[in-house]
Design a protein around this ligand. Structure first.
Ligand code: NAD
Length: 390
């Protein structure tokens, strides 16, 4: 009896959906790039009963072998680059976990080989590369998903629900971005700060997340014009790294932006005001705000790249003619984790032939904004954005 009672009570617990994974069809997965983030991918793949990690590749001799040993995986065939792995193996899917500048070449080659791709963010360095990736994806008919795990956070979903519900009326102005007072990422060397590996700096590392948070909520309207700015006052200063307890020589290797801002005119008469910093003499350049004709949403200054909002959100609106604020409490995440969902949703799309969970036709717009900021900053004036049809 007690057992039955418990079962009845359990029926009211949150998150009752039981995940059904078809274990009869195993997916053969390869990892391209065996650095920092590859570890998070492998940890999650190991939780999937329908995945076998069969191959891995890294440009650094011995790195892939050491990586899989450290991850407790035996028998994974290791290759010196993405091409040799994809030429030799019959794979269902790959995770592209390389630094930004090789995202395009790895993703395109995998798609050309008929392999489904989970591509780490940012999609690429330039818009041209993102267009080429889209072309390869379309031609292949395979699944390509871009690695924006914060999208699976219930608070991020709530932001989208609020905007899409019409609760804010017509949205006309958005401020987003953020960053760190001190936080140039050099824990594993210079791959984020050198031009020939990172390609872009703070924008590709964390800015793309802030853009995705608001642009996804809006339904990814296209950018029309962009006035952009970027600078590198902190990263190029040897004293900055010394004060951080890091070697001064990193300043010589610093070839990307540590701060960027963009004033973007989006279709639908919407202004996007964006700024992002790896380092600044400020705690935050402000909250994310989405202003609408019926209400505005304040999302407390957030490290959204870590997966969630920075505190309860607030809607400023009118109730019975009175100006009031409605607080949206933080929604706890009861899932198996955002990274788990990012990988599981990709695998489900691969198996079911479904649509990509984080599709490239949206993220190409994210990339177009970053690309536009770079171009406008280098030209010193506003530019018009054109995203080629694919
Ligand atoms: N989603 C997230 O939370 C998250 C977090 C950190 C980093 N990232 C992204 O993941 C990517 C990798 O970041 P990281 O910190 O792991 O970098 P990393 O420098 O630690 O590792 C990248 C590895 O890729 C290898 N590589 C490059 N090109 C290759 C190729 N053609 N074939 C095989 N190996 C190749 C390099 O040798 C290197 O070992 C970046 O684009 C970054 O933006 C995402």
């Amino acid at each position: 009896m007690a057992g039955n009672e418990n079962k009845l009570l359990d029926a009211f617990k949150e998150n009752q959906t039981v995940e059904k994974i078809d274990q009869n069809r195993k997916l053969r997965v390869g990892i391209i790039g065996c650095g920092w983030i590859a570890e998070a991918h492998v940890v999650e793949y190991k939780r999937m009963p329908d995945v076998e990690i069969v191959a891995g590749a890294d440009l650094v001799p011995g790195k892939a072998e050491a990586f899989f040993k450290r991850m407790g995986l035996e028998g994974v065939r290791c290759y010196p680059d993405h091409k040799s792995m994809l030429d030799a193996e019959e794979l269902d899917a790959v995770s592209v976990c390389t630094y930004n500048v090789t995202h395009a070449v790895c993703a395109i080659y995998a798609l050309e080989k008929g392999v489904n791709v989970l591509l780490e963010k940012p999609m690429s360095v330039t818009l041209d590369e993102a267009v080429e990736i889209r072309r390869a994806e379309k031609k292949s008919g395979k699944i390509l998903s871009i690695g924006f795990q914060p999208r699976f956070d219930p608070n991020m979903k709530m932001i989208k629900k609020i905007v899409q519900s019409g609760e804010l009326g017509k949205v006309y102005y958005i401020q987003t971005g953020g960053g760190r007072r001190r936080g140039i990422p050099t824990p594993f060397g210079t791959s984020f700060i050198a031009k020939d590996t990172g390609g872009i700096g703070a924008m590709g590392d964390i800015g793309c997340y802030s853009l995705d948070m608001v642009m996804n909520a809006l339904g990814y309207p296209k950018p029309i014009t962009i006035s952009g700015y970027k600078s590198a006052y902190f990263g190029t200063d040897p004293n900055f790294f010394l004060a951080e307890g890091k070697p001064a020589y990193l300043a010589e290797k610093f070839e990307v932006e540590d701060f960027a801002a963009g004033f973007v005119r989006l279709e639908g008469d919407i202004i996007l005001d964006f700024r992002i910093a790896w380092a600044m003499n400020l705690d935050t350049p402000g909250d994310t705000i989405i202003m609408g004709t019926k209400g505005s949403l304040r999302i407390p200054s957030t490290e959204c790249w870590n997966g969630s909002v920075g505190g309860p959100m607030k809607i400023y609106h009118e109730v019975c003619g009175e100006a009031v604020e409605t607080i949206i409490p933080i929604i706890p995440d009861h899932s198996k984790g955002l990274f788990y969902q990012k990988i599981r949703s990709f695998l489900n799309a691969v198996k079911d032939g479904g649509t990509s969970p984080v599709p490239s036709d949206e993220i190409i717009i994210n990339q177009a904004i970053i690309d536009g900021i770079v171009k406008s900053s280098e030209l010193g004036h506003e530019i018009t954005v054109e995203i080629p049809e694919v």
